[in-house]
Design a protein around this ligand. Structure first.
Ligand SMILES: Cc1cc2nc3c(=O)[nH]c(=O)nc-3n(C[C@H](O)[C@H](O)[C@H](O)COP(=O)(O)OP(=O)(O)OC[C@H]3O[C@@H](n4cnc5c(N)ncnc54)[C@H](O)[C@@H]3O)c2cc1C
Length: 553
């Protein structure tokens, strides 16, 4: 692999997806993963709708394979609170976020599955690109260079786990996707902002026929609390594969403390069926942190995924925020290593993604606290300051995060404001109103006709995209000129051209332009610039691309 390749430390979901994104831009990568395979333990379950929009970019096959491991309908909502699964239900929260907003908002559907299945699909996908050198059993032991402004490459020291052999690997940049205890983050001296070790979880993967006891009280998360078991049961496929998360004291946070017998007793207590058969498959340990790294970029090194931030699981946004941040960073990194953009573009990853990470961290913690309050109100009403129903009402944001998924607005030098504001919504965390204000996700609109459609999102490839109306010829010329002179693809599409008819009459309204206006969309599907009419001259579009690339200020 050449020195133009990017080194990725960590072959978890974010590292593998980062390699897929780089490949989309024609950038080769080397993925170094200390374990000898992808994960064997389910860990997290949820690829949300925005993440699945990103997955569509990796090809139809990848998207369809991910969809194929989705849990059946009925198991994505609600979140239920019981004493035992067969006992009393104290309340429930309807969770639209896990079911997805539907085809009016996105062409993609979310996936509720398990991480080991998802990682295996991503690994296959990375393999077939022919651009990813996947090295399992290779552990990074030191970061030698890459974080200083003066560094012209990024070098790491690697040890082959089986043989002890050591070698240095140099690349054009370094992606730290090495998880919660990130060696790269530690060696760069990047501090974590927030709290660590808020809770300690034992996470057990097992087979059991819990479904027959659930009956019609299916749900995405079944919280239980009784003297024998307090935690949450998570269905993995509605066919007998389950995960449970047990909150324990730090002195019980050891695999040895949780042998198959103890796990079985816990599950029986949680379900409320003393002789339930439980076949324990694996036990994992997980510490709950609420932290965001103080910076996400240092020279040619970017922190992504759990290396950049960690949230409580209560929200299902951990891996999704990691993947969406990775998506924000990789096109920028690709353009920098290809010499098309100035490295200042990469800094905008920090400017654009730290704020959403901090916000998600805060809300996930609030959800976690609410779960505790629901349990307190339900099981010890006299000791609680609120009624169960009241706390549940207050917890409506848990699992309802469309605003975070789709409504995040970026502000940085990679966005040129046009003075407009996104439409107001009741709750910016849970609610989303489509708009093409610069800095926002370009809305999904179906184009075509009643039988054959494409989404506007399908037009956004590995480059910039201009969308205009029937009177927008001038923008086509500027896009060609920008592609040629700035050495990066700038595609231009006329909405209304064959195959791109605005057959539902929503495009111009949602994108806020007239027939001669134009919108410039970045490779990550976010609006960078907009001219609502043809009154702006072509130079403003050309200048916008130059500014994003860091070629002028
Ligand atoms: C037991 C467990 C249960 C979890 N349950 C949930 C849950 O219920 N809900 C939820 O939202 N999240 C959960 N998580 C968190 C979720 O799995 C992470 O958010 C997600 O995996 C982050 O992806 P990542 O690629 O950033 O990091 P990881 O998946 O952690 O991947 C990092 C990879 O880097 C590798 N690595 C680390 N250091 C090096 C090195 N020096 N050299 C080479 N390779 C290295 C690791 O082996 C690992 O494969 C859980 C995590 C664990 C461990």
């Amino acid at each position: 692999m050449s020195r133009d390749a990017v080194t990725i430390v960590g072959g978890g979901p974010v590292g593998l997806a980062g390699a897929l994104e780089l490949a989309r831009f024609g950038v080769p990568s080397v993925v170094l993963e200390q374990h000898d395979s992808t994960s064997w333990h389910p860990k997290t379950r949820n690829f949300n709708t925005r993440t699945m929009e990103i997955a569509r970019g990796w090809g139809r096959l990848v998207y369809q394979r991910l969809r194929a491991v989705d849990t059946p309908p009925g198991w994505k909502s609600p979140i239920r609170f019981f004493d035992t699964v067969v006992g009393t239900q104290f309340g429930q929260i309807e969770t639209q976020g896990f079911e997805g907003p539907g085809p009016g908002v996105s062409p993609a559907l979310p996936v509720m599955s398990s991480q080991e299945l998802i990682e295996a699909i991503l690994r296959d996908a990375a393999d077939v690109t022919g651009m990813v050198d996947l090295r399992f059993g290779h552990q990074v032991t030191e970061v030698v260079s890459g974080w200083r402004e003066s560094d012209a490459e990024a070098t790491v020291q690697v040890q082959v786990v089986n043989t002890g052999e050591a070698y240095n690997l140099s690349g054009a940049a370094l992606v730290a996707a090495d998880g919660v205890d990130s060696l790269v983050r530690g060696q760069l001296g990047v501090a974590l902002e927030g709290e660590q070790g808020i809770n300690y979880f034992v996470n057990c993967y097992f087979r059991s026929d819990i479904e027959s006891y659930v009956g019609d009280r299916t749900g995405v998360l079944l919280f239980v609390a009784n003297p024998g078991a307090a935690g949450v049961l998570q269905p993995l496929d509605a066919r007998g594969r389950w995960l449970c998360q047990i909150a324990v004291q730090p002195d019980q946070w050891r695999r040895e403390a949780w042998d198959a017998d103890r796990v079985q007793q816990w599950v029986r207590g949680a379900v409320g069926v003393p002789n339930l058969e439980v076949e324990v498959r694996s036990v994992g340990l997980w510490r709950m942190n609420v932290t965001v790294a103080e910076r996400l970029v240092a020279g040619r090194v970017v922190l992504c995924g759990d290396a950049a931030h960690q949230f409580p699981p209560t929200g299902g946004l951990g891996v999704n925020t990691g993947l969406q941040g990775m998506h924000n960073a990789m096109w920028k990194l690709a353009l920098c290593v290809q010499g098309v953009a100035n490295w200042s573009l990469l800094e905008t990853y920090n400017a654009e993604r730290r704020a959403p990470a901090l916000r998600t961290a805060r809300q996930s913690l609030e959800n976690h606290r609410n779960v505790g309050r629901i349990a307190a109100a339900a099981y010890n009403p006299s000791g609680s300051d609120m009624e169960t129903s009241e706390v549940i009402r207050e917890s409506h944001r848990y699992g309802n995060h469309l605003g975070v998924e789709f409504g995040t607005r970026y502000e940085s030098s990679a966005v040129i404001p046009d003075g407009s504001e996104p439409p107001g919504v009741e709750d910016t965390y849970s609610d989303y109103a489509p708009c093409a204000t610069p800095g926002c996700r370009a809305p999904h609109v179906w184009l075509g006709n009643d039988t054959e459609q494409v989404s506007t999102l399908d037009l956004f490839g590995a480059g910039f995209t201009v969308l205009t109306g029937p009177d927008g010829d001038v923008w086509h010329q500027v896009a060609c000129e920008a592609s040629r002179t700035l050495h990066t693809p700038v595609a231009c599409y006329t909405i209304g051209a064959p195959g791109l008819a605005d057959y539902r009459n929503v495009f111009f309204d949602q994108y806020g332009i007239t027939d001669d206006g134009a919108v410039l969309v970045r490779p990550d599907g976010y609006v960078a610039w907009r001219s609502t009419t043809g009154n702006s001259d072509g130079a403003s579009l050309f200048g916008a691309v130059e500014q994003i690339l860091g070629l002028r200020h």
